[in-house]
Design a binder for this molecule. Structure first.
Ligand SMILES: Nc1ncnc2c1ncn2[C@@H]1O[C@H](COP(=O)(O)OP(=O)(O)O)[C@@H](O)[C@H]1O
Ligand SMILES: [Mg+2]
Length: 343
């Protein structure tokens, strides 16, 4: 009998909860991750992201719920969900790359990458072959004989990735993998991670508190807040159809206008807001309080009397209005997103 498992999720997290004393780190979390997906867990510090990753990897025991993974290969368990929680960490087909990935300083790059495979007791030839392959995928071939101290931050990050990928886990868990890198290298590594994931065909779950990072890399994102999943969706849906005020506020920038509609909030994304000198023809009027020029584009923040939040508009080129000027604010009704207010 062959089971059709093409649509079955690779990983299923069902009703998982975990508390540390009075602190609820995970509160009834439900997530399904598909095979070959680049999945991101996104949320502010302390929302439970690391606890969830550690629970999947086996370094933390949930108080309640189940975590299962799709059986691999042929024979027993193929196409069935296998209970991960009953397996010790080293028996799970999962690899966790820690937030602080310490490389062995006295070993060269090749040795660092080979270490995990040697511990698994693989043969010399197979290890050499697999390490060479990963050196190529991660662009480290010419650094193979160099020690970590001679590498840049980005290159060290690559070695840590190579070390994780070479073990061929079915699921690679990465906890804030790029947080130690400076802005420019980080942007490069975001593209690199996405390319790598595509090339090696391993399912990635990346934890980040940086919404731009999640949006630019992930196929789908679970937004978390205080241990609870707020919404799971692709980046465009999260941005254009946030499930609630928390998601709307956390993803992207935008102005949440209260009081225009009773018990509701209107979300205006900066690119949907049009600012002009035409006061009479605009929906709202206000005073420019701040402008920012980012090189290719600008933002202009406007204060509207009686409104607690500033309305932010973005547009190409340099700022068109000066601080203190009165401007009209308008938007297309279709571009405003209406959300239920939260107490
Ligand atoms: N070992 C622990 N003991 C006590 N509290 C913990 C422990 N680990 C995490 N927590 C708490 O659980 C919550 C979630 O933590 P964590 O999963 O690390 O969040 P994140 O990775 O999203 O920043 C936080 O309030 C944190 O202080
Ligand atoms: Mg964390």
């Amino acid at each position: 009998m062959t089971l059709d498992s093409t649509n079955a999720p690779l990983l299923r997290v069902s009703s998982v909860s975990k508390a540390y004393g009075d602190v609820v780190a995970l509160d009834d979390v439900n997530i399904e991750i598909q095979q070959n997906e680049f999945f991101a867990l996104l949320g502010p510090s302390g929302c439970g992201k690391t606890t969830l990753l550690r629970s999947i990897a086996g370094f933390e025991d949930p108080d309640a719920g189940a975590i299962t993974i799709l059986g691999a290969g042929s024979g027993a368990g193929e196409g069935e969900q296998i209970d991960l929680l009953s397996l010790p960490p080293n028996k799970r087909p999962v690899n966790l790359m820690f937030q602080s990935y310490a490389l062995f300083p006295h070993m060269n790059v090749r040795k660092n990458i080979a270490y995990g495979l040697e511990r698994e007791g693989l043969g010399k030839d197979e290890i050499a072959e697999r390490v060479n392959e990963v050196l190529i995928t991660t662009g480290l071939t010419d650094k193979a004989d160099v020690r970590p101290a001679q590498l840049s931050g980005g290159q060290r990050q690559r070695v840590a990735l190579a070390r994780a990928i070479v073990k061929r886990p079915r699921l690679l868990l990465l906890d804030e993998p790029l947080s130690a890198l400076d802005r420019k290298v980080r942007a490069e590594m975001q593209i690199e991670l996405k390319r790598l994931q595509h090339e090696v065909g391993i399912t990635f779950v990346v934890v980040t508190h940086d919404q731009e990072e999640a949006m630019s890399m992930a196929d789908r994102i679970a937004v978390m807040h205080e241990g609870r999943v707020q919404q799971i969706a692709d980046p465009v849906t999260l941005y254009s159809q946030p499930a609630n005020v928390f998601v709307a506020d956390f993803i992207g920038t935008g102005s949440l206008l209260r009081g225009i509609v009773a018990n509701a909030v209107l979300l205006l994304r900066p690119e949907s807001v049009h600012i002009s000198a035409d006061l009479a023809g605009a929906q709202l009027q206000g005073e420019v309080v701040e402008t920012h020029f980012f090189g290719g584009s600008s933002t202009t923040s406007v204060r509207v009397a009686e409104m607690e939040t500033l309305i932010v508009a973005s547009h190409p080129g340099a700022p068109k209005f000066a601080v203190g000027e009165r401007v009209g604010i308008s938007w297309n009704a279709d571009d405003a997103i209406l959300l239920e207010d939260q107490p």
